[in-house]
Design a protein around this ligand. Sequence first.
Ligand code: GLU
Length: 491
Amino acid sequence: MASEVRVRFAPSPTGYLHVGGARSALFNYLFAKKNNGKFILRIEDTDQARSTEESLRMMVNDLNWLGLHWDEGVDPVTLKDVGPYGPYRQSERQDIYQKVALELLEKGKAFYCFMTDEELEAAREKLKAQGLQPHVESPYENLPIADARARMAKGDKAVVRFKTRELKKDYILKDLIRGEVKFPSDMVGDFVLLRSDGMPVYNFCCVVDDYMMKISHVLRAEEHLPNTLRQLMIYEGMGWKTPEFGHISLILDDERQKLSKRKGAVACDQFKSMGYLPEAMNNYLALLGWSHPDQKDILSLKEMESLFSLDRVNSAGAVFDPVKLKWVNSQHLRALPNDEIYKQISPFLVAADLQLPSDLNWQMQSVETFKPYLETLADAVALYSPLDDSRYQINEEESAEALKMESTKSVLEAWKAAVTAHPKESFTEAEFLAIQDEVKNKSGQKGKNLFFPIRIALIGKPHGAELKILVPLMNKTSILARADKALARVG
Ligand code: GLU
C-alpha cells in the first residue's frame, strides 16, 4: 500500500465493550499490524448525557486485557492523549468541528436552518401524505449567512444543515468487505451537522476526525453502513479525499438475530470473569468473519497479525457459538505450561476462598490431573473444591440412601483401617485402587454398597468427582479426618 495505513477503533463510552466492538477493534488492530500501520483509539463521547468516564475506563481496560495495544489515542492508565493527532476525545475537539462547519457554511455547502420542531413535523407529514420521501426542504437553504447571524444575535435558534439537494447522483461505495454498495441519492434529506446548541452530530465528527487523523481505512460494524452516505457527502463537500471503507457483518445469535444480552454474556468483561483467556477471545472473535487460509482454527494473536487480510473477511453475518468459544478457550488453556495455568486459575480459587496446599509440587500435580477437565479458568473452582478439607461435609440429601444401608458402617471401618495401615502420607492411583480392593475383600461388599460409603468418606456424597484422580491429590491425614466424620455420622 502506497501511503501509511492508519485505522481506528472509535467506541462511544456509553456502556460495556460488547464482543462485537471487541471484534471491530481486533480487525482494525490486525489490519494495522499486517500492514505495518498504526492503530488508533478514538473516543466518540459527544453524547455528553450518556458518555461516562467509568465506561471509558472499562473499555480501555478490556482492550488492554485483550492485548490490542494502540499506537495513538488515550493513555491506558492516565487516559491522557498520546500521539500527534490529538485530542483523541471528541468532547475536546469542539473548536475543530465549529471551524469545519463554518467552512461548509461559507462554501455554501451548509446553511443555518431556523425551522422549529413543529414546522419540521408538519412539513414531513405533508410530504408523507403526498406519498413522497419525508425529506424536508428548508426555506432557509439560501439565506445569506449574515442574515442568519443577525437572527441568531436576536436569540433565534438555528441548526446547521448540510445541503443535499444539489447532489443528485447516486453514491457508489467500493466497500472492501461488501463489494459495491449503491446509495440512491434521495436516501437522505438535508441533514443536521450542528444542533441548535452548537453540538456536532456523530456523522460530522466522524468525518472531520477520520480526515484530520489521516485515517486510511475505516473498518467498522455493518450497522454504520447507512451513515456512510452522509459521510461521503461531507467528504465531497469539503473536497477531502475519502478513506477506504470496510463494513464488518453483524454477530448473530442462534436465531440469526443481532447478538444481544438477552442471549447470555456479550460484554467482554463478563467473559473475563467467566474465566476466558484473552488469547482465546481474540482467536474466536477473529474467526467470526475471518478465516485462516488453511482453515486452522487455533491461532495466536501473533500468527493472525501476520496473516490477516480483508479478502478473507466474509460479508455474511457470523453466528456466535458459545460452545465453540469454550472449546477454543480449552485449547489455549491446556497449551499453557502448568505453572502458568496455576497462576491463571489462582485468582478464581482465591475468590472462591478455597484453602489448598501452597506446595509447588502439589500445585503442578493438580494442574496435570485437572487439565483435561479445564475448559475455562472458572472450572477450576468445582474441580478443586473437593480438595479443601474445610469444605468437607456430608451431603445428607444425596447420601441418605447409602447412609441407611446396613453394610455402610463395616465398609467405612474397613476403609479407615486400610488407610491407617498405608505406610505413606500420599497415595498413588494404584495404591488407592488396591486399598479399595482390600476393603471389598474384607467387608464382602461390592457395587454401590462398597463404593457409596467410600465416596461419602472422601467427598461427602455418593456421586461426583472421580476418586482415583482426587485421592492422589489428598493426604492420609485429611482422608482419615474425613473417614472419621463419616463414621461418626453412621454412629
Ligand atoms: N462511535 C461509533 C460506535 O461506537 C463508531 C463509529 C465508527 O466507527 O465510525 O458505534
